[in-house]
Design a protein around this ligand. Structure first.
Ligand code: NPG
Length: 368
């Protein structure tokens, strides 16, 4: 496949409501989209999930755009065949920047699969045609406000609730949700906000029978998570720590995680995401697909990944209207708590030109 060039497109997507985590509050998303154009006019899309500031990980959207412009696009354009699998070789020589790599790799993968007429889900090994949807609920100003939000999501049909927690907002919100809504599927996400010194406090979550406790400690504290797992009953799930299939194998072998959140942007793309899935499946570790507030472009690819056999827990694959009043693609809509897996070639969705034009803040064409 010969690529004639790439378009980098920045879009400004306001969120329907502020999204608060232990590391900050998002009011809107400044998203970088990558479009690959091939010699015979096929195209492929990728979404960079880097946030505006390096608060979730070291990447941020302006930095990702720079790495794509200066290093990743030239590496691809120098290949005789711009195949996403072949591109992993020069990409591996560039240290880090998994979200930037994932965006370019996905644009190539989408183009390759559209040309072949193969849906991404089929290419990855999907076994389902719809996936159960969970929803991530941010930190709120009060318990009543939280209960109102959770009630609304349950009424919409979400099959699993994830509560963001941080020191000072953890046991009480979980207790309130459990007492009000009974034995719903419930989990928490700390985004690295605690330390091992908080182990006894985190053990207070055990009576609430949570599905998992996500990334309680810093992303590089594998030993700490293994020690914490010995002190709390709630299963530990890692997110920020799992940067590759090897990192997943290490964390599992060291007893640091018993569930894994797979985010393609965090591991460099859907090809490595499938390897993380396979390593976890080989070790009997359940996985689910996380989210980074993606538009329909990234959401479509995440839903395809969530259809793999090892994805046995609802993911943060919510409907488009969880975050956006108007998506740039046809919206993903909840049906009986599930999202349908796209069936078209590649990621199976196209951005709507008018919707895209409405939110575009900058475009740049990068060619040989
Ligand atoms: O549903 C979604 O797309 C968001 C799910 C979610 O909570 N993402 C969290 C996370 O840490 O997993 C996040 C939010 C904002 C920025 C980065 C990550």
């Amino acid at each position: 496949m010969k690529v004639t060039g790439f378009e980098l497109r920045r879009i400004a997507m306001p969120l329907v409501s502020p999204f608060r985590t232990s590391f900050g509050v998002e009011h809107d998303r400044d998203v970088l989209l990558v479009r690959a154009v091939t010699e015979d006019g096929a195209e492929g899309w990728g979404e960079c999930v880097a946030m505006s500031e390096p608060l979730y990980s070291s990447e941020y959207v302006d930095g990702a755009a720079e790495v794509i412009r200066r290093f990743l696009v030239p590496a691809v354009l120098s290949l005789p065949d711009a195949d996403p699998y072949l591109a992993e070789v020069p990409f591996a020589k560039i240290k880090g920047h998994p979200m930037a790599k994932a965006a370019v790799q996905t644009a190539l993968l989408d183009a390759k699969l559209r040309i072949a007429g193969t849906p991404l889900a089929a290419h990855l090994g999907a076994v389902r045609d719809r996936v159960p949807a969970g929803v991530s609920v941010g930190i709120m100003d009060s318990i009543p406000e939280l209960l109102e939000a959770v009630e609304g999501y349950l009424a919409e049909g979400y099959l699993r609730i994830k509560l963001k927690i941080q020191p000072g907002w953890d046991v009480e919100p979980v207790r309130a949700v459990r007492e009000r809504f009974g034995d719903i599927l419930l989990q928490v996400d700390a985004n690295t906000a605690y330390t091992l010194a908080d182990a006894r406090h985190l053990a207070k979550l055990d009576p609430f029978e949570l599905l998992l406790m996500e990334q309680p400690l810093p992303e590089d504290d594998i030993r700490g998570h293994a020690e914490l797992a010995r002190q709390v009953r709630t299963p530990i799930c890692l997110d920020e720590s799992i940067t590759s299939a090897r990192a997943a194998a290490d964390a599992i072998a060291l007893g640091a995680t018993s569930v894994v959140n797979i985010k393609p942007g965090r591991v460099g793309g859907y090809l490595e995401a499938r390897r993380v899935h396979d390593v976890c499946a080989a070790n009997g570790v359940p996985v689910w697909v996380g989210g980074m507030l993606e538009t329909g472009i990234g959401r479509a690819a995440n839903v395809a990944l969530a259809a793999l056999p090892g994805c046995v827990l609802p993911g943060d694959t919510s409907a488009s209207d969880r975050y956006f009043r108007r998506d740039v693609t046809a919206p993903f809509v909840l049906a009986e708590g599930h999202l349908a897996v796209p069936t078209g070639p590649g990621i199976g969705v196209e951005p709507d030109p008018d919707a895209l034009a409405e939110v575009t803040t900058a475009t740049q064409w990068l060619a040989r």
